[in-house]
Design a protein around this ligand. Structure first.
Ligand code: NAD
Length: 358
């Protein structure tokens, strides 16, 4: 049994699609927007967008940081109200989209997103803020962008390390969507196709950043990944990354890359068929955790949480927090399990192929 409901977001996807932004705003009847994001290194691109939009831009908020601290969210909402904006435009990675989503939540204004990384937030109704070291997330239809403008040309300048990590963040969306037992077959298809696009195009996007075909295929994978996450539920993997990001300031995409193979190794016995579909999509016949770990090594993402600055004591604290709220994971997560997962990600190393349980 499944229930399928796919909320509508208009998607414009093409090299050069940013030039259609003004028409997209007009189609929504927007005449005074707040533009969120676009700090260097996106400066030149955003200046071009601002010039094209002219007087439609009522204010700009460039200063965005990861995990949306509540104070920044409040300040951005105040600016938006002060200029009597009728809409929001975000240009940037998940942090710019994330701040714009919170402003959308607080003001009720429509959001048009122009993503420049592979985070996928633009396709979800998930918002997140951080207050005193705790990251809270929630779902609300008001934060889902009305329109998303995907322009692979905007991703050509993403440095190799961020390209790799952000692509792995997208792959994590595919993984958690594919084994969500309540997700419909359509979500399964999106997640598997997304994993295929990401695994096949990311190595080229990393090694030849100006290969527009590889950039386009990777962004396509990120779109599918975000679409799948936008409907599916998040399990222990995303939960763990949110704890690491909110409480310990760990960098979002890199943390996903370091953690993913180890959560997949843990979940594989309970979600064998779903994860085998991911492995096959990635060009491996079995062992999804090993296939993801190998891709991470090929792309050069941080190999473990230790190298990202986490201490062993912090890892144990993270494990307790994970065990307390592991999310709707395909396999129950006990205290011992949580410790095993987190310490595996802390130490790194290729995950062992596990035996099926039950
Ligand atoms: P980010 O937005 O913080 O960007 C990382 C860095 O890359 C920044 O310095 C940014 O200026 C730079 N950058 C962005 N685009 C660039 C480009 N085209 N060229 C060169 N540099 C560029 O990182 P992210 O990984 O995209 O997003 C992480 C945030 O997104 C986290 O807060 C995470 O929680 C959130 N997120 C939310 C969802 C959701 O559904 N709500 C999904 C995924 C991620």
């Amino acid at each position: 049994m499944f229930v399928h409901e796919m909320p509508a977001t208009r998607v414009v996807f093409a090299p050069g699609a940013r030039h259609q932004l003004s028409g997209e705003l007009a189609a929504l009847g927007l005449s005074r927007v707040v533009l969120i994001g676009g700090a260097p290194p996106l400066g030149a691109v955003v200046e071009e967008i601002v010039e094209a939009l002219g007087e439609t831009v009522g204010a700009r908020i460039q200063d965005v940081v990861e995990h949306v601290p509540v104070e920044r969210a409040g300040q951005a909402a105040r600016i938006t109200r002060a200029v009597r904006a009728d809409g929001l435009v975000s240009v940037g990675g998940g942090s710019a989209t994330g701040l714009a989503k919170i402003v959308a939540l607080r003001t009720g204004l429509p959001l048009v997103a122009v993503p420049t990384t592979y985070a996928g937030s633009e396709m979800t109704d998930i918002w997140g803020t951080t207050e005193r070291g705790v990251k809270s997330t929630g779902r609300d239809p008001r934060v889902r962008p009305s329109t998303v403008v995907y322009d692979p040309e905007l991703t050509v300048g993403v440095p190799p390390a961020l390209t790799a990590a952000s692509g792995l963040n997208a792959l994590a969306h595919c993984v958690e969507a594919v084994y969500d037992t309540q997700a419909s077959p359509i979500i399964h298809l999106l997640a598997v196709r997304g994993a295929h696009a990401l695994a096949s195009a990311l190595p080229r996007a990393v090694s030849m950043g100006d290969d527009l075909t590889a950039r386009g295929e990777t962004l396509f994978g990120a779109w599918l990944a975000g679409t799948a996450l936008g409907v599916a539920r998040m399990g222990a993997h995303h939960r763990l990354c949110h704890i690491l990001g909110g409480a310990f300031g760990m960098p979002h995409a890199e943390t996903h890359a370091a953690v993913l193979p180890h959560v997949v190794a843990f979940n594989e016995p309970a979600a064998t068929a779903a994860l085998e579909a991911v492995a096959t999509a990635m060009g491996a016949s079995h062992d999804p955790a090993g296939a993801i770990w190998d891709l991470c090594r090929r792309l050069g993402t941080p190999p473990d949480l230790r190298s990202l600055g986490l201490s062993r004591g912090q890892a144990l604290e993270v494990a307790s927090r994970l065990a307390a709220h592991p999310g709707p994971n395909p396999r129950p997560v006990t205290e011992d399990d949580a410790r095993e997962i987190v310490l595996a990600a802390f130490d790194g190393g290729r995950p062992e192929l596990r035996k099926r349980i039950g």
